[in-house]
Design a protein around this ligand. Structure first.
Ligand SMILES: Cc1cc2nc3c(=O)[nH]c(=O)nc-3n(C[C@H](O)[C@H](O)[C@H](O)COP(=O)(O)OP(=O)(O)OC[C@H]3O[C@@H](n4cnc5c(N)ncnc54)[C@H](O)[C@@H]3O)c2cc1C
Ligand code: FES
Length: 166
């Protein structure tokens, strides 16, 4: 089962079917929240500006999935998986070297350092690290890190530490 029918999900199922064209070894079910076929998201701004049609950036034609023996269900958003751990979604469990913003190759360690230096809201974290200043798709991640830091390392403690050091 593949959750997410975006650029990576689309490419992944193409590759699985390339290796198993008749679907003998791998049954594929794809659940995608968006109601339309996967599309080249990088070209989204060109589509919005009127430079390309929405149809021209679609990665698969209508009927592609059925021809490839893929059970594709669009407009379906997965909210939970039975038995799935919730830890992975918690920024506190991510290693510091995890890339949280792909556009600017910002790792989790950068916002943590910026937070301790006084960047204590999502906007300030973005300005200090450049996370979220590209395509913007990591905005939720930056806000999640901010919420996690607000709880685990509240700014009020920074002041206490600074007083202690003085
Ligand atoms: C305007 C713009 C410009 C960009 N420009 C560049 C660029 O120049 N270079 C570059 O390298 N990258 C660029 N990016 C980033 C690039 O688009 C992403 O890196 C790429 O789309 C990631 O592919 P993905 O499949 O992981 O995620 P996405 O393409 O975001 O696809 C994820 C899919 O999963 C679905 N989904 C999410 N959660 C669930 C759920 N719970 N249940 C079901 N479905 C779910 C989403 O609806 C979405 O369709 C740009 C992005 C944008 C928006
Ligand atoms: S992934 Fe962070 S701005 Fe694009």
């Amino acid at each position: 089962m593949v959750i997410g029918y975006g650029m990576v999900g689309a490419r992944f199922i193409e590759e699985v079917r390339r290796r198993d064209p008749n679907g003998v070894r791998v049954r594929l079910t794809v659940l995608g929240a968006e109601p339309w076929p996967a599309y080249n998201r990088v070209l989204l701004s060109t589509v919005l500006a009127g430079g390309l049609s929405a149809r021209s950036v679609e990665l698969h034609s209508i009927g592609w999935a059925a021809r490839q023996r893929v059970d594709l269900r669009t407009g379906v958003s997965v909210s939970a998986l039975p038995g799935a751990a919730t830890e992975a979604a918690d920024p506190g469990h991510l290693p510091a070297a995890t890339v949280v913003c792909r556009c600017n190759t910002v790792t989790k360690g950068a916002p943590v350092t910026a937070w301790r230096a006084g960047a204590t809201d999502p906007g300030a974290l973005s300005r200090a690290t450049r996370a979220g200043t590209g395509c913007g798709s990591c905005g939720d991640t930056v806000r999640g890190i901010c919420a996690w830091l607000a709880e685990s390392d509240p700014p009020v403690l920074h002041a206490v530490r600074a007083e202690g050091a003085a």
